[in-house]
Design a protein around this ligand. Structure first.
Ligand code: ZN
Ligand code: ZN
Length: 247
């Protein structure tokens, strides 16, 4: 995903090819040449396959933890520059301040993030098996939330995945179900949330309408927009500088 405050633009994970990443940025009115860096949350292929080519093409620094780099290195190729970070320690890229935090997932050192700029905080937590108190703590006070709603448990159980993969997805180091995403949202929802974006939906084990319906239960009468991101489409989320007036 691309994060921008209008001054600094950063790519967080790069699971698409460099060509497709560029195409989508341009289609969203963003200039790929304006990128200031690429951050990697963890070393799974669906998050890094385009990272090496994007960093090389635009001569960008790659930000990731040391353990993630150790595991991702063979898949990334030569990078112009690597900037290591540690979960729990803030780092800045231009005007954007990132706070990475540990998440429970079957990777070396997986991270979720909050991004702050101009007094606005946005939270991103995809690829996590469970919402720990660390996750809930970091996602509190966010104006926008990008949350994993990976699967519908019934669809996963009845679906084509082999048994061991079903167990892995469901485990504490796997992925959040729609119900788990709903419960996470219930823990961190507050009046100033303007957007909740559901991400990392399984194409095999979930349907956007199911995810929206289940996670929507946590919203009740809250006015936040609830959106399900789609792998094939650009979702454009604009967070206003000030919360909208009540009513
Ligand atoms: Zn993933
Ligand atoms: Zn993953």
């Amino acid at each position: 995903m691309v994060l921008s405050d209008g001054e600094t633009t950063v790519l967080l994970d790069a699971g698409l090819s460099a060509r497709e990443t560029v195409r989508r940025m341009v289609s969203a009115g963003l200039c790929p040449e304006s990128l200031s860096g690429v951050i990697l949350s963890h070393e799974h292929r669906d998050h890094l396959s385009g990272m090496g080519p994007v960093c090389r093409r635009f001569k960008l620094a790659a930000y990731m933890t040391g353990k993630t780099f150790k595991n991702a290195k063979p898949l990334l190729g030569a990078l112009p520059r690597v900037e290591p970070f540690s979960c729990g320690a803030d780092f800045s890229i231009g005007t954007l301040c990132f706070r990475p935090f540990s998440i429970s997932h079957d990777a070396a050192d997986p991270a979720g993030f909050t991004v702050s700029a101009h007094g606005i905080k946005v939270g991103i937590a995809t690829d996590l098996g469970v919402c720990t108190s660390v996750v809930a703590h970091h996602l509190s006070g966010c104006r926008a939330l990008f949350l994993e709603a990976n699967h519908c448990p019934d669809m996963l159980d009845a679906g084509p995945y082999p048994w061991h993969l079903k167990q892995r997805v469901k485990s504490r180091i796997g992925h959040l179900s729609n119900q788990a995403a709903r419960d996470l949202l219930g823990r961190v929802l507050w009046p100033e949330v303007t957007h909740v974006v559901l991400a990392h939906l399984s194409e095999t084990n979930n349907l956007p309408e199911k995810a929206l319906s289940v996670v929507g239960e946590a919203l009740g009468n809250h006015s936040a927009s609830l959106i399900a991101a789609h792998q094939e489409q650009v979702v454009d989320v604009w967070i206003p500088a000030k919360p909208p007036p009540p009513g």
